[in-house]
Design a protein around this ligand. Structure first.
Ligand code: ADP
Ligand code: MG
Length: 376
């Protein structure tokens, strides 16, 4: 609050928050009309805010000096740059969609690592959205805010992201994973409370330098689209696991075949994980994580040495399962470990990274946390 008042010379009207997320399983299935299973993290972005009546939005962030201002009326894609593209994009889409938001002072604070694949971008969009709406007392369904945040990221920021991150940031609940079926556009809260079972879900940021992520992402999407077209289906979701061998035999390109095998088996693994969670068999979910990683490494080819070493070391240290999570080529792994072994697992990974000459990794314990809300 002090920082807000120091920055804007006025008292705030309230504060809102939106969390980052980590996907438990279901990687690169979203653009194949598939299934994903994210949890919201305890790490979040908060937006402390006050209303202004001059139609101007002024934004400031803890990480950087200065205030960036833009007039709501003149917002259009490209008109605001730098980190402020995110709050500007959210203000723009809310206005475009007819919501009667007004000017505001917004102060952003965060304990969520940026650019680590934990979706600080979606958290920033969602936190800005609930703040701008909350300042004016406008109530909007959380899934609708998620949809608008995705539109802002696609059309204003210019990032071709799916809807998982925003849905997780808006719709997750404490002690649950969000089972999101992209084809049906339906969600279900799945009980997932590792701590209650004596388990810890470690999230380890491997700090790998980014390597051609955008081009590789586009190439994977194209492979999946080509294969779906060759198989005569709208999306790879339409290929059931029982029909996989038949589908593979009808594809001539070996790379496309492996991409398809990843997507179809990964969607099946999400269904298996959900069934195990419903049955309270959390420990049995571990091997599905490990199988998912192998598929992403060998068939989808989106891991890097840091991710593979982190996963292998976690497993060697006794993790029940481990996998890369997020888009790949860097970012984070998750490891499901007995809580008593959590510290030594991370220490083993630190040591392995030192031996390989990798950067120093960092870790956080991922307690399944609630989606966006008003703070005070
Ligand atoms: P990720 O979503 O995986 O964290 P992205 O590259 O999609 O990575 O989004 C990161 C961008 O989001 C940053 O470069 C910055 O522009 C913006 N951002 C995230 N957190 C903050 C913050 N606390 N303050 C200002 N901008 C932020
Ligand atoms: Mg992002």
């Amino acid at each position: 609050m002090t920082t807000f008042s120091e920055t804007f010379g006025t008292a705030p009207d309230g504060a809102w928050r939106a969390p980052g997320r980590v996907n438990l399983i279901g990687e690169h299935t979203d653009y194949n009309d598939g299934l994903v299973l994210p949890i919201a993290l305890p790490n979040q972005i908060s937006v402390t805010a006050s209303a202004r009546e001059d139609g101007v939005v002024a934004v400031s962030t803890n990480g950087q000096k200065g205030v960036i201002e833009f007039a709501l009326d003149s917002l259009e894609p490209g008109s605001v740059t730098d980190w402020a593209t995110y709050p500007a994009g959210m203000a723009w889409i809310l206005r475009e969609s007819g919501y009667a938001i007004g000017g505001a002072n917004l102060f952003v604070d965060s304990d969520l690592p940026t650019g680590a694949g934990l979706s600080s971008s979606a958290a920033l969009l969602c936190a800005t959205g609930v703040a701008l709406l909350g300042l004016r007392g406008i109530e909007v369904d959380p899934a609708e805010v998620a949809r608008l945040a995705q539109k802002a990221e696609n059309s204003y920021v210019g990032a071709p992201v799916g809807l998982m991150d925003q849905m997780a940031s808006m719709c997750c609940t404490s002690g649950h994973a969000l089972y999101f079926d992209i084809r049906a556009m339906s969600t279900e809260q799945i009980p997932f409370d590792p701590e209650a079972e004596g388990l810890t879900l470690l999230v380890i940021d491997v700090k790998a330098p980014h390597r051609h992520v955008d081009g590789e992402y586009a190439a994977r999407r194209k492979s999946c689209e080509n294969a779906a077209a060759a198989l005569g289906v709208p999306a790879l979701r339409s290929i059931a696991l029982a029909d996989l061998d038949d589908a593979l035999s009808r594809l001539s390109d070996d790379v496309d075949r492996r991409r398809v095998r990843h997507v179809v088996t990964e969607i099946d693994r999400v269904e298996q994980a959900v069934a195990l969670m419903h049955a309270g068999r959390l420990r049995d979910v571990g091997p599905l994580f490990t199988a998912s990683h192998a598929s992403l490494r060998d068939d989808f080819e989106i891991t890097v040495p840091e991710l593979d070493v982190a996963v292998d070391t976690a497993l060697a240290a006794g993790a029940l399962g481990a996998r890369m999570t997020g888009g790949g080529f860097g970012g984070c792994i998750i490891a499901l470990v007995e809580t008593a072994k959590a510290d030594e697992t991370f220490t083993a990974i630190e040591k392995a990274f030192q031996e390989h000459g990798f950067r120093t990794p960092s870790s956080l314990a991922a307690t399944p946390s609630p989606g966006a809300s008003k703070l005070n």
